[in-house]
Write a protein of this length. Structure first.
Length: 220
């Protein structure tokens, strides 16, 4: 089944054309030539179930999950399709001097489906409203490797929320906390590992470097 205007009207306005490849930052690959397997390594357990990455329209991930879960129920596919996940993680952002925690989709435009791949289960997933295809080589869906699944789960289960960095070197920022509160300066360096940013602040007529936490500054 192809995506047509009737389906799109029923689903809502699209936020643009669906992506046809995993985002570079995902760390995942649909192809074994990009992530070569060691000899004797299997991508699927013996019972055939595995995790697959499914394309959908960005912004509609939860709607697609709901649609697919309904189809699994009504079409009696619980013995072939076991779980549907929209990977998310908590993120802290600073806006107008206030901190807030938001839930962010890890891979916008994608959902994960744990299933046994058969013609029937493929049909159920592929023809769910909002789905535009599987990640894979050609027409063959490629399952995620176990270590890739573990990586995603670790991100979802992380106790400490990620800090959203909205600035980059050379940009102007405003300090929102600490002794330099309400000072403005220019970002000179960002240390992602330590979650620190160095800002050049004009202090008594001199450019002075100040090291701050990410949450102490916001984009000016």
């Amino acid at each position: 089944m192809t995506w047509d205007d009737e389906n799109l009207d029923a689903f809502g306005e699209s936020e643009g054309e669906p992506s046809t490849s995993l985002p570079e930052e995902s760390g995942l690959s649909p192809a074994d030539d990009l992530f070569p397997l060691e000899e004797g390594t299997e991508t699927q357990p013996e019972d055939g179930r595995a995790w697959y990455v499914v394309h959908c329209y960005s912004g509609y991930e939860n709607k697609v999950r709901h649609n697919l879960e309904q189809r699994i129920e009504t079409m009696g596919m619980k013995d072939k399709i076991f779980d549907v996940v929209v990977p998310t993680e908590e993120e802290i952002e600073v806006k107008e001097g206030k901190r807030r925690t938001i839930e962010r989709r890890v891979f916008p435009g994608y959902i994960l489906v744990n299933m046994i791949m058969t013609e029937e289960s493929w049909y159920v997933v592929r023809n769910t409203p909002g789905v535009t295809g599987f990640v894979g080589m050609g027409n063959a869906p490629t399952p995620l490797r176990p270590e890739e699944v573990s990586q995603i789960i670790r991100r979802m289960e992380a106790e400490a929320p990620r800090i959203k960095v909205t600035f980059k070197p050379g940009e102007r920022v405003r300090i929102v906390d600490g002794p330099f509160n309400d000072f403005r300066g220019t970002v000179s360096e960002i240390d992602m590992e330590r979650a620190k940013v160095r800002v050049m602040v004009n202090f008594f007529g001199r450019e002075t470097p100040v090291e701050l936490d990410f949450l102490q500054v916001e984009k000016a």
